[in-house]
Ligand binder design. Structure first.
Ligand code: COA
Ligand code: ZN
Length: 404
């Protein structure tokens, strides 16, 4: 598959309310993205702040494997700022929907002329630049407007047309699907003699961003935008780790990226974005490869894939077992074995009772605590053995005196 992954954590991701990475964190995130092996890092919109300009410049000069890109409005001044950062990729956007054009007091003809002029300007300055044009809210805009603007952009020098589902509006398998949109756009542009790469930028307002992105790939899109944790405006966009795991495992792209870097990347970005990775998040969530219910655990201890369709090792993790009120004897035995404890039937059942009690308080028992549970049970067993012995033999004379 001819495929380019564009990570936009540092551009779209910073549009998450309250998220702003320090420059040194941006560099660290970009280094890890380079280790993962994404093809493009969209590093920011230089017109937004001086700090973003500085960060984009530093990233572009870092000599990373991925191409470093910048976002720009259809304004010569935005393009100048982006090019001054030394980027290898430029994303230019402008709306084409009639109501939005009215907001800008523009006609479609004038808008198309502006888009073409700005792109031609960038192309003239940097023949080697990858230039992407995005008709904002592509999929809700009149198709003819999109086609006209996209064809003009390609003629002016754009290499890539991005289909933006800006509001997470599309639904696979319906009359408003990414597959249909990308197919129509590709055919419409080809009929006008334009053959750009198609990118898909999918928002997650309906929880369908990844499904729509995959639908776009099926229709021939070659570039997919994603971000760490799916960070971005409102409900965000496609989650990078889930996308890569699916592409690697299910679309024959194994070995293309180093997914074992993802846990470190997510820890870092999540900490400095102050957005925790939800425990049940796919691929990178704490519980993504943890089996809990006794029936699942009993089968998964023999082969995790009985209850997992993605191997944890794909992303450098391990399948795990959690102990709580859902546990069964197999769960307990497995964890005791991990601790090197050989427990008889009676002790294992006692441990399970205790694990279920603790679980009912709303938490799990980890291996360290399990050790304490076993010790306490052995101690009380010893105590009752002593008591029983004491009762059958009668009290020792010293004990009678109460001395010890
Ligand atoms: N091309 C050209 N101009 C555009 C545009 C586009 N694609 N999209 C919006 N604009 C214009 C609007 O018409 C408006 O200009 P006006 O005030 O002359 O009408 C302006 O950009 C946006 O309004 P506002 O935010 O009030 O302008 P500003 O000059 O104070 O700040 C930014 C502009 C870009 C610096 C500021 O909005 C910002 O920091 N934005 C963060 C990045 C962002 O919005 N990204 C969206 C990516 S989809
Ligand atoms: Zn977006």
């Amino acid at each position: 598959m001819n495929l380019t992954i564009l990570d936009t954590t540092l551009r779209e991701g910073e549009q998450t309310p309250g998220v702003c990475f320090d420059v040194h964190i941006k560099l660290a995130i970009a280094d890890l993205l380079a280790r993962v092996g994404v093809e493009v890092i969209e590093a920011g919109h230089p017109a937004v702040t001086e700090e973003i300009r500085r960060a984009v410049t530093l990233l572009a000069a870092r000599g990373l494997g991925p191409r470093v890109g910048a976002h720009a409005r259809s304004l010569k001044s935005d393009v100048d700022l982006a090019l001054a950062c030394g980027v290898g990729f430029l994303g230019v956007f402008y709306c084409v929907a009639d109501e939005r054009l009215e907001d800008h007091r523009q006609t479609l003809t004038r808008a198309v002329d502006r888009i073409a002029r700005v792109i031609a300007y960038a192309r003239e300055r940097r023949p080697d630049l990858w230039i992407r044009y995005t008709p904002e809210d592509t999929v809700r805009s009149p198709f003819e407007n999109v086609l006209t603007a996209a064809a003009a952009a390609v003629q002016a020098g754009a290499d890539i047309i991005s289909v933006a589902d800006t509001t997470g509006f599309l639904i696979p398998g319906t009359g408003r699907d990414m597959y249909g949109f990308v197919s129509r756009l590709r055919d419409g542009l080809a009929a006008r003699g334009a053959f750009p790469k198609i990118a898909v930028h999918c928002h997650n307002d309906r929880g369908l961003a990844l499904a729509n992105a995959l639908d776009g790939l099926r229709a021939g899109a070659e570039i997919v935008d994603a971000s760490i944790l799916g960070l971005g405006e409102r409900a965000g966009i496609v989650d990078l780790a889930t996308l890569l795991a699916v592409l690697a495992h299910d679309f024959g792209e194994a070995g293309r990226w180093d997914l074992t870097v993802l846990p470190e990347l997510y820890d870092l970005a999540s900490r400095y974005a102050r957005v925790p990775v939800p425990a049940h998040f796919p691929v990178t969530g704490r519980n993504a490869f943890t089996h809990c219910a006794g029936i699942h655990t009993q089968a998964a201890t023999r082969n995790p894939l009985h209850y997992q369709s993605l191997p944890a090792e794909l992303v450098g993790r391990k399948s795990e077992i959690a102990l709580d009120h859902m546990s069964g004897l197999a769960s307990v035995r497995y964890c005791l074995e991990l601790l090197g404890i050989e427990a008889g039937e009676e002790l294992a059942r006692a441990v399970l009772r205790r694990v279920k009690e603790v679980g009912q308080t709303g938490r799990t028992v980890d291996l360290a605590e399990l050790k304490y549970v076993v010790r306490a049970l052995e101690a009380s067993e010893g105590e009752s053995r002593d008591e029983a012995a004491a009762t059958s033999l009668g009290p020792e004379p010293e004990e009678k005196t109460g001395t010890c």
